[in-house]
Every structure is written in structure tokens, then in C-alpha cells.
Design a protein around this ligand. Structure first.
Ligand code: HXC
Length: 259
């Protein structure tokens, strides 16, 4: 991608798109410009057949310390309501392409919510997750009260959201908020490895698999199983299903064409 950005850097590594939040002085606080850039870059990767997974990361000190409080502080109810403040973040959860958050340091408020918008969270052992909005007299607004509760259950979510306390990586791992915890200096490399593995699969199958898992998050068991069954059937309309199964029978590696 040739676009230039003010608040992020964007690169590709093979079939993996990498978005790095880059507002170090503000601990990668999420302002509107950054949201627009991240969502735009992610949609660009999603539209590219050359990209099979997206990694979103920050710095060693902070993945992101939340929504930019300085930008938000003077807004009124009418402002946030009429501009659908931060509503564009929802587009990240709707991507076909699997997304991986590589988290070191603070992932607080909107930063924790951004990580949870991703399909997989790889956490460094320095990572600290939290929803401290209560300390500012507000509540989570990018899905935190919903996704955190589904991820860790009501008891822990209430604890986090009502006290604003931070949760270290080992607790987040125990509770199932994150997929893996690794030494902090290996967070990005691990995320890139996982992303490269996913990007090597059939892009059609991975997007349908992601849709099926997300349905478990959003619906009851009967509807979820029904959705999974019909998504499973639809994989039989793809060339990649023919190739994947032929490769197994012929004892060779599949050569997926992502169609
Ligand atoms: C704007 C922020 C910021 C934020 C940190 N900074 N977090 N600026 N918005 N969310 C800035 C600080 O003002 C400071 O800049 C610089 O980053 C370094 O921060 P320090 O506080 O000096 O660092 P430290 O003492 O190490 O403390 C780190 C911290 C603390 C624990 C992460 O910064 C903190 O509590 N930040 C706020 C976390 C938070 O409340 N997040 C939730 C936001 S609400 P200057 O220039 O002053 O030195 C939210 C709602 C989402 O996310 C929903 C919206 C729809």
C-alpha cells in the first residue's frame, strides 16, 4: 500500500498486512484520525486478494491506552450522538480477513476493545488489559461491556468494568481473553507466525470459519449450529475444497487459489 498515514504505519509481509499504531507520545490513544486510518487500512487489506490475515499492534509500552481523552473531553451528548462517535470501529469486526492483535503494555478502554474486535489476541507477558472508563465517569463504548463479558463471564467483567482495575496477561490467559501469552519480545513475531499460518489456508474457508465462530458469540446454539451447517455446505462450492481434499488423498500439500 502506498498511502501515507499520520497515526499508523502500514506494511505487508508476504500475505500478512501489518498495521502499527503510531502515536507514541499519547500511548497510542485512539483519536478519530487514528480510527479512520486503521479502519481504512484494514478495509484496504480486506479487499486485497493478496492478503490473508491482518495483524494490528502497538508499541512495547502500549498497545493503546484508550480513546483519546483530550479529544473526547469537550464533547457533549449531542456531539457524540450525532456524529456516531467511534461507531466506525464496528467495521473491523465485520472484515472477512482474520485479524490478530499483538498486545504489549497497556490495552485499556478503547485499546482493550480494539484488541477484542480482533479475532485472536496474542499477548506479551507485559500486557495489561482494563476497562477504566468508570474512572472518567463514562462506560465502555466500542463493545467492551459486551465482548469482555462474553470472553470472561459476568463476574470478572463486572469486576473489571465497575472497579476499572487492570488485568495482567496471566489472568487474561487463564480467563480466555487472550489466545496465547508469550515473552514480550516475541509478541509481534508470534503474531506474524500465526498470521502467516492462517494466510496460507484457503481465504474462503477462513472467512467462513470466522463467521461461524462469531455466530457462536452472537446467537444461541440452535441458530449457531444451523449457520455453521449452511456455511459448511457452502465450502463445497469452492475450488479450495476440491483442492484441499484432493491434496490430502494424493498425500501432497494443497495449493489454495482462494476461490
Ligand atoms: C489521551 C493519553 C491517554 C488517553 C495516556 N495519554 N492515555 N492521552 N488519551 N487515553 C497520554 C498522557 O496524557 C501523557 O501525555 C502520555 O500519554 C503518557 O501517559 P502518562 O499518564 O504520563 O503515563 P503513565 O504514568 O505511565 O500512565 C499510563 C496510563 C495512564 C496508566 C496508561 O496514561 C492512563 O491511565 N491513561 C488513561 C487510560 C484510560 O482511562 N483509558 C480509557 C479512556 S476512555 P502528556 O502529554 O500529558 O504527558 C475510553 C472509552 C472508549 O477508552 C469508548 C469510546 C466510544
Amino acid at each position: 500500500m502506498s498511502d501515507t498515514y499520520a497515526t499508523i504505519t502500514v506494511e505487508t509481509q508476504g500475505r500478512v498486512g501489518v498495521i502499527t499504531l503510531n502515536r507514541p507520545k499519547a500511548l497510542n490513544a485512539l483519536n478519530t484520525e487514528l480510527m479512520t486510518e486503521v479502519v481504512g487500512a484494514a478495509k484496504g487489506f480486506d479487499a486485497s486478494p493478496e492478503i490473508g490475515a491482518i495483524v494490528i499492534t502497538g508499541s512495547d509500552r502500549a498497545f493503546a491506552a484508550g480513546a483519546d481523552i483530550k479529544e473526547m473531553s469537550s464533547k457533549s451528548f449531542a456531539d457524540v450522538q450525532s456524529e456516531r462517535f467511534f461507531g466506525d470501529w464496528d467495521a473491523l469486526a465485520a472484515l472477512n480477513t482474520p485479524t490478530i492483535a499483538a498486545v504489549n503494555g497497556f490495552a485499556l478502554g478503547g485499546g482493550c476493545e480494539l484488541a477484542m474486535l480482533c479475532d485472536i489476541i496474542i499477548a506479551g507477558d507485559s500486557a495489561k488489559f482494563g476497562q477504566p472508563e468508570i474512572n472518567l465517569g463514562v462506560i465502555p463504548g466500542i463493545g467492551g461491556s459486551q465482548r469482555l463479558t462474553r470472553a470472561v463471564g459476568k463476574a470478572k467483567a463486572m469486576d473489571m468494568i465497575l472497579t476499572g482495575r487492570q488485568m495482567k496477561a496471566d489472568e487474561a490467559d487463564r480467563l480466555g481473553l487472550v489466545s496465547r501469552v508469550v515473552p514480550a519480545d516475541q509478541t509481534l513475531s508470534t503474531a506474524l507466525e500465526v498470521a502467516a499460518t492462517i494466510a496460507g489456508k484457503s481465504a474462503i474457508a477462513s472467512s467462513l470459519a470466522k463467521e461461524a465462530v462469531n455466530r457462536a458469540f452472537e446467537s444461541g446454539l440452535t441458530e449457531g449450529v444451523r449457520t455453521e451447517r449452511s456455511l459448511f455446505y457452502s465450502t463445497f462450492a469452492s475450488d479450495d475444497q476440491t483442492e484441499g481434499m484432493a491434496a490430502f488423498v494424493e498425500k501432497r500439500e494443497p495449493n489454495f487459489q482462494h476461490r
